[in-house]
Write a protein that binds this ligand. Structure first.
Ligand SMILES: [Mn+2]
Length: 188
């Protein structure tokens, strides 16, 4: 996004208490002009959900340059025959954020929600719909799974503090919980 700016991003995942692994997974793949950011909530929890989430991760890493709608179609094809997942995808190019989500992984820019479509990736999915937003310096693009309640205010600090506070303060103990936060900040 120009000289003197850098991406500040982090992912925090907390599996269902007592489960060593879960179905929530986050990915950020930095690119020269921004990043691809994906948050996955595979149906259920535990090992079965983990396996679905890993399939989704592999698909994301195989398509690092995909646009969000295209990537969701790839994911839908890959996850067919399983229990499916809720997945939201953001593609940042400079200040321009393109976003698409299917299922209940919520996303927002500066706490303003971005529209996700009803459905389950791999099970029943309509054509994903891209929404666009501007991501100004220091504005947060945040995604969280349904194990995290929508926050009324964002925690302060850098991305790693934001995501750990979101999961600690707003995370349920009855589900996997995951949060992803990303912003442009002025580099030191
Ligand atoms: Mn969940």
């Amino acid at each position: 996004m120009g000289l003197g700016m850098e991406l500040d991003w982090a992912i925090h995942v907390r599996p269902y208490p007592g489960a060593p692994r879960g179905g929530d997974a986050g990915i950020v793949i930095p690119a020269p002009d921004g990043a691809l950011a994906v948050l996955i909530d595979a149906a259920g929890h535990g090992l079965a959900a983990y396996v679905v989430a890993q399939k989704a991760r592999e698909t994301v890493f195989a398509h690092p340059d995909a646009e969000p709608d295209q990537l969701l179609l790839e994911l839908d094809a890959r996850l067919k025959g399983g229990t499916g997942a809720a997945i939201s995808v953001g593609r940042l190019r400079g200040r321009e954020l393109s976003f698409a989500g299917v299922g209940n992984v919520q996303a927002s820019v500066s706490l303003r929600p971005l529209l996700v479509r009803v459905g389950i990736v791999g099970v029943r999915m309509r054509q994903p719909k891209i929404v666009r937003a501007a991501l100004e310096e220091n504005a947060w693009f945040v995604m969280h799974t349904d194990g995290v309640s929508p926050p009324d205010a964002l925690p302060g600090g850098a991305a790693n503090s934001v995501v750990s506070a979101l999961v600690d303060k707003f995370g349920a103990m009855t589900d996997d919980a995951a949060a992803l936060a990303l912003r442009w900040r002025r580099s030191a």
